[in-house]
Design a protein around this ligand. Sequence first.
Ligand SMILES: NC(=O)c1ccc[n+]([C@@H]2O[C@H](COP(=O)([O-])OP(=O)(O)OC[C@H]3O[C@@H](n4cnc5c(N)ncnc54)[C@H](OP(=O)(O)O)[C@@H]3O)[C@@H](O)[C@H]2O)c1
Length: 287
Amino acid sequence: MKEVCVITGGGSGMGLATAKYIKDRLVIISGRTETKLAAACEELKKEGVEAIYKTCDTSSRASVAELAKFAADQGVIKQVINCAGMSPSMTNGEKLLKINALGTVYVNQEFAKYMDKGSVICDVASNSAYSLPGAMVKPFKFFYKQADKNEDLFLKGILKVTGLISDDYLSAGMAYALSKNFVTWYAAKTAFDLGPRGIRVCSVSPGLIATDMGNAEVEHGGDLVEKACECRMGEADELGYCIATCADPRNGYLAAVDVLADGGSTRGNAEFKHDPLAPLKMAGIIK
Ligand SMILES: NC(=O)c1ccc[n+]([C@@H]2O[C@H](COP(=O)([O-])OP(=O)(O)OC[C@H]3O[C@@H](n4cnc5c(N)ncnc54)[C@H](OP(=O)(O)O)[C@@H]3O)[C@@H](O)[C@H]2O)c1
């Protein structure tokens, strides 16, 4: 039986960059756009990666279940890398929560049905997961715990708060930050649920990375470039290597943890390059 690595969101950006480092097994990339996936497979084959694709919308449990069954039919699933996601400039808060947060629940749960000892799930979150103060996030944990029990309560609970923000982008931005904070939390939760079966789970939080998505967010997240140690965006290839390494079965003790690969921007923002006037500037009160 072949060993299999599944990468959601593998048709572009960091998912595709990650696939380039997986040369010892069959790679199945997925996403919603077939033409993009077909082109990505051709690119991977030229790089010496054995790759096939299957379309999947991770915001639908049925679609994820179909992908998991398809992958299990190809061989033994050793790695699942969940890169599919959207950002605030692409869609609204509800869709962000459905794709980024509930999509992670579906991927972790549906693939776990077919996974065994020595396999790994790596969920891709974001440095936005760290952008809200801990005290602000704490009350949302009640809703996080509903995500795999009562999706409606999970969505309504979070959207009721983010909906109080009148600016559409800032409202979606808060939903995005919560969706990705949830990813780090849920990956850790899954690590404890699946640990006794020998399945390892971790997450990776990229900073601002020069993919199509990252470039679209520069205008709003541009401050992060200055806050990074080298004052630059990350490259998709750098994150591809980081994610592939975290998902490597040889990294067997990396569990229930989030790897913050953001060039230092979160730490810079919080301490070494902290600007106390930033909230006033963001709100447009001062320049
Ligand atoms: N770039 C950044 O600065 C940055 C920073 C922090 C975190 N991230 C996270 O990193 C991950 C990868 O992003 P990227 O920068 O590599 O962007 P990207 O190139 O846009 O990749 C995202 C991929 O996800 C797929 N996708 C989107 N919605 C989907 C859905 N409902 N079901 C299945 N696939 C879906 C997209 O393909 P289709 O549209 O064809 O489905 C696309 O191939 C995302 O989770 C993103 O939130 C990115």
